[in-house]
Unconditional design. Structure first.
Length: 285
């Protein structure tokens, strides 16, 4: 695997941890706009908010009111919903790209856990649908059918959502597509801090790429979340990390020189063999 060209300039990003209100898409979009404004004020040009942030990750509410919680995607993936207007304005006014979790209804009837991307012109698109559904999500949603790479200037970012990041192959597929980073809106429950902090640092080191991990925090019973939003460098070290409780915006600079130096010193992507142990011998002890 040949790593892609290194971006020319640094990029400032933000990983958000926040506590949305179940079912209140309009109110949560306003909160997302406020948090985007805060991130932009600190220099961020890419802002990542948690999984299902717009309706909130609260499965009983998502089951009871799909019409109220879901956003409708057009055939080209765009989402035109007046409830998103404050967030669209924040992205446009701040010249920022915003990645935020949503429940999306597609023209073919599929309902997905999605990463909505609001670009710098304020256009919202259902950019990526979660491929690895977790637990009871399978009763409400269908899995995504493909991966996705987001281009921001000359930076390339793979998109993942929460449980996707538990599978090394998912982030590796992004790296194989030339990703310099991996953006992960997530919803980790209280009690999972060890796994939360291990998975995304590992995905960074596995693929010598930056990882931006956003997470829900606090929440409404029985869904309590543990924050810890973070930005990891290509060796899996946190450039910024939030506490386990409380709203926060974690801002960090992605330095292309760090990316290049790490990939030169730790050349796993370039050295990946065609058969990484798939052909195996059976031994008796």
């Amino acid at each position: 695997m040949t790593p892609p060209a290194t971006p020319a300039a640094p990029l400032t990003v933000a990983a958000v941890q926040a506590d949305p209100v179940p079912g209140d898409v309009a109110g949560n979009a306003t909160t997302a706009a406020r948090l985007t404004g805060r991130a932009v004020a600190e220099g961020a040009r890419v802002v990542v908010l948690p999984e299902l942030f717009l309706p909130a990750y609260h499965l009983p509410t998502l089951a009871a009111d799909p019409a109220g919680t879901d956003l409708a995607a057009a055939g080209d993936g765009t989402v035109d919903d007046a409830r998103l207007d404050p967030l669209r304005a924040a992205a446009r006014d701040g010249a920022a790209v915003v990645v935020v979790g949503a429940a999306v209804r597609h023209p073919d009837g599929r309902r997905t856990v999605s990463a909505l991307v609001v670009d710098r012109s304020g256009v919202a698109r259902a950019a990526y649908d979660k491929q690895q559904l977790w637990g009871d999500e399978r009763e409400l949603f269908q899995p995504g059918r493909r991966g996705a790479t987001l281009l921001v200037d000359d930076w390339r970012f793979g998109l993942g959502i929460c449980y996707d990041g538990c599978f090394p192959e998912h982030a590796r597929a992004a790296a194989a597509d030339g990703a310099h980073g991996y953006l992960c809106p997530s919803g980790y429950l209280t009690g999972s801090a060890h796994r939360r902090d291990l998975y995304y640092a590992a995905r960074a080191l596995d693929n010598t790429m930056f990882v931006v991990f956003a997470n829900a925090v606090d929440g409404v019973d029985p869904w309590r979340f543990n924050g810890g939003a973070a930005v990891y460098d290509p060796q899996g070290r946190p450039l910024a990390r939030g506490a386990d409780t409380g709203e926060d915006v974690l801002v960090a600079v992605l330095d292309p020189a760090v990316l290049a130096d790490t990939r030169a010193e730790h050349s796993m992507l370039a050295d990946l063999p065609a058969d990484a142990g798939a052909t195996r011998a059976a031994l008796r002890g």
